[in-house]
Design a protein around this ligand. Structure first.
Ligand code: MOS
Length: 785
């Protein structure tokens, strides 16, 4: 049967040749993916594998009274049904439940007890010798519950919001108030005060979450897990089950998208390992698309933004508060409002962020977590203010441009947002925009132009990398990084090839294996600045080792040269004009003459935190878009988007452009399509399928023009790079909202902006939410205040 250890190793096509950082290089994993050689977490097989199918709760709160399993057990092929009643031994203490993104004790504990914490909670795992038998048997499991009252409706419970506690590492609570925001607001002549609402969104990567546990002869577990960090999954499993690291390997060499859903190990991992330990066999657990809606999501969020300006458009006050949902079991936090103290210069800023615990699964990071909501509300409010002041929206932003972060009193490491505004506006033709709404029309379509700003963090974590140069000239570099479809394989190989002066096809970058040198989670758009810097660092160490070898060759002038005098290019170490003259030796020759079959080294990249702390480090964007709104049907087409991005040095413009395009598509999707609706009587998400949870498709996507402005940031990383994963979507939905207003004169303050909201004057989100009967217990006046 299939061997578990034959993961295809992506490498550039022969003939690719020498590449530099900054070259547009096609992805090295492209062929493996389109030919199906790249195998994902659910595609690994072993002899005698057992297939697990999860049964989920149908109530939101209470406990399991009885589980009726006889009919399921009678299905031919069923070998076992696990639940809280018979699960194997696991660590009991909360503290053992930890992952790298959350405080110890935070994560959900599947099958821990008979308690039901949310609708969709895994309550049983049916194990059979075929997936089909397991799935059929799972449908026969009957459950009796003792039901309790649940609360899943954020807007009905805003008044019991609380300040977040037990914060995860890296979270910054809103800074203290500067000036006197309310007094400044009240005194200013121009005021905008509005509430914004965004419903729940679920990640819908192409690849469903899955874990395959391969039971080794010696009891060693090899787990293929869909994850944004193999080491995070290993951490979780080894803590929960008390398995030492050397008996457990987690792999994720290929991941079919994740967008944050894989930042934390999901219940499929715990259940698959539980079953494998219980049966002492290989087990695979794959979630269905419907089950993809039974763990983390982007939190439902209510916001109020108050902006005040002097008559000339100078911002006098910014007040921004957000109340988001969290779970009963933990406080999920994200940075929603802090951006409002950074993006514009203002002396009076007051920010607030609170949570409401609901009977849902805990929210989890989703692409540009926090910014996707917070900057959306701020940027729509800025647009509203531009009309109040009678100023072009771009001119208003330039007028209030912040050269430094006033709240923290820090400069930016680099900030080329002004260039984004200017170049984006020029590319779009923004200067041709008429000020008044409803002034452009073509047939039955109203046309509008809108713009917004985006910002995201430029983070750097720590990472290790390993490099070995073989006698045949092949370079293998490795780090336990992840490629969730973003291009890690390609960019890391490219950075290494550039550093060592090798052809791209001679460089292999290994990732997706917990036994590789430590790397952080692939999240927060930090992988290039982090792992890329570790890769360049390990190559520099390797160069020094090779140089030391060359200096031992007495017949060559390297002996008298300094390291600074040599270059690595075209497969050789080159000395130009040193004291002993010029010379070049191929790396293969060098290893041959030194009698080495390979030269290897390791490197630990630690960010220079003391230096970085003195700066705000962020990526920026300016998004311009055109919408066409059908006046009769309220349908919106986003016909043109220009996204101008400042994200430091771009390592690979071809892949970076894909990242930004993906972000823009997601922004269009957030603006027009995506929302998971709960039936609050059941406390359950209703549209848990791609038929009813709409995402932007090909027909929703038209012209997207991406441009990168010049930026080089050596404070964020030695590469000058910042990272491009999330900045692509921030501000996109706001630009669409603002364009819809420009087209129609209707201000829509909730996403998604579905046709009912667009075509019905005065159909605000409060009215709509109760009009369609899902706002159980909601009195719109209670939140309109
Ligand atoms: Mo991203 S939400 O950091 O995967």
């Amino acid at each position: 049967m299939t061997s578990p250890h034959n993961d295809v190793q992506p490498v550039a096509e022969p003939g690719t040749g020498y590449v530099r950082k900054g070259d547009g290089v096609p992805r090295v994993d492209g062929r493996a993916k389109v030919t199906g050689q790249a195998r994902y977490a659910a595609e690994h097989l072993a002899d005698g594998m057992i297939f697990g199918v999860v049964v989920n709760s149908t109530i939101a709160k209470g406990r399991i009274a009885t589980l009726q399993l006889d009919a399921a057990r009678a299905v031919p092929g069923v070998v076992e049904i696990l639940s809280h009643l018979n699960r194997p031994r696991m660590r009991k203490l909360d503290l053992f439940y930890k992952d790298m993104t959350a405080p110890a004790g935070s994560p959900f504990k599947p099958f821990h007890s008979d308690g039901i914490l949310y609708s969709g909670q895994p309550i049983a795992l049916v194990l059979a010798d075929s997936f089909e038998a397991a799935r059929y048997a799972a449908s026969l499991v009957r459950v009796q519950y003792v039901q309790e009252e649940h609360e899943t409706h954020l807007l009905s419970h805003l008044e019991r919001s609380h300040k977040p506690s037990r914060l995860k590492a890296g979270f910054s609570p809103p800074p203290d108030e500067t000036g006197d925001a309310q007094a400044a607001f009240d005194a200013a002549p121009m005021q905008v005060s509005a509430e914004y609402y965004a419903g729940v969104e679920h990640h819908n990567p192409m690849e469903m979450h899955a874990s395959t546990v391969l039971w080794g002869e010696d009891g060693h577990l090899t787990v293929y897990d869909k994850s944004q960090s193999s080491q995070n999954s290993r951490w979780m499993v080894s803590h929960v089950f008390g398995i030492p690291k050397h008996r457990l390997t987690v792999k994720n060499p290929f991941v079919g998208g994740a967008f944050g859903s894989g930042l934390r190990p999901q219940y499929n991992l715990i259940l698959a390992v539980m079953a494998a330990l219980h049966l002492k066999r290989s087990v695979r657990v794959v979630l269905t698309r419907q089950q993809m809606f039974t763990f983390g999501h982007r939190p439902e969020t209510w916001q109020r933004v108050q902006l005040a300006a002097r008559a000339d458009g100078t911002l006098a006050a910014v007040l921004h508060e957000a109340i988001a949902e969290t779970a009963r079991i933990e406080d999920y936090v994200e940075v929603v409002v802090n951006w409002s103290g950074q993006l514009y210069k203002c002396d009076n800023v007051k920010l607030g962020y609170r949570l409401v615990a609901l009977d849902h699964y805990s929210p989890i990071d989703m692409r540009a977590p926090g910014a996707a909501h917070g900057i959306h509300a701020l940027e729509v409010a800025m647009d509203e203010l531009s009309y109040a002041v009678g100023m072009d929206p771009l001119a208003l932003r330039l007028h209030n441009y912040s050269e430094r972060d006033e709240a923290q009193d820090l400069p930016y490491s680099t900030k080329e947002l002004r260039a984004c505004y200017e170049q984006g506006a020029a590319r779009f033709g923004w200067s041709q925009r008429p000020m008044a709404p409803r002034s452009m029309r073509e047939g039955h379509e109203l046309i509008g132009w809108g713009m917004a700003t985006g910002q995201w963090d430029a983070m750097q974590m720590f990472a290790r990398a390993h490099a070995e140069l073989h006698a045949d000239g092949r370079l293998v570099v490795g780090s336990a990084a992840t490629d969730i479809g973003t291009g890690t394989y390609t960019v890391m190989a490219q950075i290494a090839a550039d550093a060592m002066g090798l052809q791209l096809e001679d460089v292999v970058f290994r990732l997706g294996d917990s036994t590789l040198p430590v790397a952080p989670i692939e999240g927060g758009s930090s992988h290039v600045a982090t792992v890329g810097s570790a890769v360049e660092g390990v190559c520099e160490k390797l160069q020094k080792k090779l140089f030391a070898l060359a200096r031992r060759l007495d017949d060559l002038p390297f002996a008298k040269a300094r390291f600074a005098d040599v270059q690595f290019r075209e497969g050789s170490m080159v000395l130009q004009g040193g004291p002993g003259g010029s010379c070049a030796i191929s790396l293969q020759q060098l290893l041959a003459r030194a009698g080495e079959t390979r030269v290897e080294t390791k490197y630990l990249m630690l960010p220079n935190i003391l230096k970085q702390k003195k700066y705000v480090r962020a990526t920026h964007s300016a998004v311009f878009c055109e919408v066409r709104v059908d006046e009769d049907f309220g349908t919106v087409r986003v016909t043109r988007v220009v996204s101008a991005v400042a994200a430091g040095r771009i390592m690979n413009p071809q892949l970076a452009r894909s990242q930004i395009m993906g972000g823009v598509v997601w922004g269009i999707s957030q603006a027009l399509h995506e929302e998971t609706h709960a039936d609050h009587r059941l406390g359950r998400f209703m549209n848990h399928s791609l038929a009813e949870y709409h995402v932007a498709v090909q027909a929703d996507v038209h012209d997207i023009d991406v441009l990168f402005v010049e930026e080089d940031d050596r404070i964020v990383s030695r590469l000058g790079a910042k990272g491009v994963g999330e900045i692509g979507m921030v501000g996109v939905a706001a630009a669409v909202t603002n364009a819809i207003y420009h087209a129609t004169g209707r201000r829509i303050r909730s996403t998604p902006m579905t046709p009912d909201k667009v075509m019905t004057p005065g159909m605000g989100w409060e009215a709509r939410d109760s009009a369609v009967g899902i706002g159980v217990g909601l009195d719109p006046r209670s939140v309109a205040r």
